[in-house]
Design a protein around this ligand. Sequence first.
Ligand SMILES: Cc1cc2nc3c(=O)[nH]c(=O)nc-3n(C[C@H](O)[C@H](O)[C@H](O)COP(=O)(O)OP(=O)(O)OC[C@H]3O[C@@H](n4cnc5c(N)ncnc54)[C@H](O)[C@@H]3O)c2cc1C
Length: 434
Amino acid sequence: MNIPQSSNPRIVIVGGGFAGIALAKKLRDKSVQVVLLDKHNYHTFQPLLYQVATGGLEAGSIAYPIRKVIQEYKDFYFRLTTVVEIDTKNQKIIAEIGEISYDYLVIATGSKTNFFGNQEIERNAMSMKTIPQSLNIRSLILENFEQAVLTTDETERNTLINFVLVGGGPTGVELAGALAEMKKAILQKDYPDLDIDKMQINLIQSGDRILNTMSQKSSEAAEKFLENLGVKIWKNVRVTNYDGRTINTNTDLSFETATLIWTAGVQGAAIMGLDAQSLIEKVERIRVNQYNQVLGYNNIFAVGDIAVMETKNYPQGHPMMAQPAMQQGKLLAENIIKLIKNKKLTPFEYHDKGSMATIGRNKAVVDLPKYHFNGVFAWFVWMFVHLFSLIGFKNKAVVFLNWVYNYIRFDREGRLIIRPFKKKSFSSFTSDEV
Ligand SMILES: Cc1cc2nc3c(=O)[nH]c(=O)nc-3n(C[C@H](O)[C@H](O)[C@H](O)COP(=O)(O)OP(=O)(O)OC[C@H]3O[C@@H](n4cnc5c(N)ncnc54)[C@H](O)[C@@H]3O)c2cc1C
């Protein structure tokens, strides 16, 4: 990888997401050599992916170059590569561009979409974990409409403009709300020759309430907001198959659709090579102790979505969200330095700052540790928190200006098919998990 030898101990971080970047920033000026590896050369602000998918924001405004984060840090190196294996015996990792040894290794690879082993759904559904995937969804939505105006076959037209989202968590809910807003404000005007009332947005949830990790009050409010926007919510329904045209479920319900967006589950983006006892097989996540040390190893750590730290308050591990990832990354930087200096490590404690979801214009739900609220004020809080959390002044400014423009003009100028999504036919989409 052409990294110079250094007298400082070498920390290799795999993943420049929320956890990896928080960790790297804290290691600045700390007499260590840091090698950061990521398969993308940018950090992705995943909470706003749905706005890219629905034309509200350009992709560049939610991405930030990783090299820019570390450009002024001494003895810091970035390499663009996918890491494929860890050789724990020889203390090195194997990536597509070569190998590198480590004194300390941090796995911060996050998570990926979980299709629970259903390969047909995986082949035919769209996921939304990365910017390229969001751009695929954006292109597909618009391509469907372009195709719908061409066809004289009513069944085909209705299938093209029927959108089915599977998974009633924050991602599914936010995307459903944004699609409904897009229908009302944009698609209706852009496609006057289509009967827009025929456009359906169906949200399928396997449990008995949407946003089931939030309070009951927030679930109910979100459900009401979505229904007022015309989204059909199907609860206690599990999708069993999708062949690219027909969705089958465990009930009598079925859907004819050209677009299924799958937000129903995630699993760790694990890397081969760790001892089996440190892996939770079903979800491919890594077991760590209270210092984020991978079980069975002294100098290998995992942080963020990939890590499961079983504690009294969080027996299944912390929520797979940006806050725990950043908090773990920050503390780990201090702990690695303490480890190098043979000092006592500090156990991780999660400070829950709450969770929130937006459902559309002027609508959001917010759960703080002691309060729940929803509506316009919640929407402003949601916007402020997301703006504040974006990396980079330019991104904050661009997103803010876009939101103001979209709000005043009821518009989304990102509705562009820049990179067409290669859809062969209804029954065989090509999906590229990147
Ligand atoms: C659509 C969506 C909406 C979300 N909304 C919210 C929200 O509103 N609030 C919230 O708190 N959380 C939200 N989340 C969850 C939040 O984004 C994650 O919890 C957070 O990103 C986890 O941080 P991380 O650092 O563990 O992983 P990530 O941020 O996912 O970073 C992982 C990094 O590792 C890299 N990587 C992975 N595998 C490899 C490999 N083998 N080799 C090299 N590099 C690799 C990836 O390219 C990526 O840059 C959302 C997630 C999604 C997908």
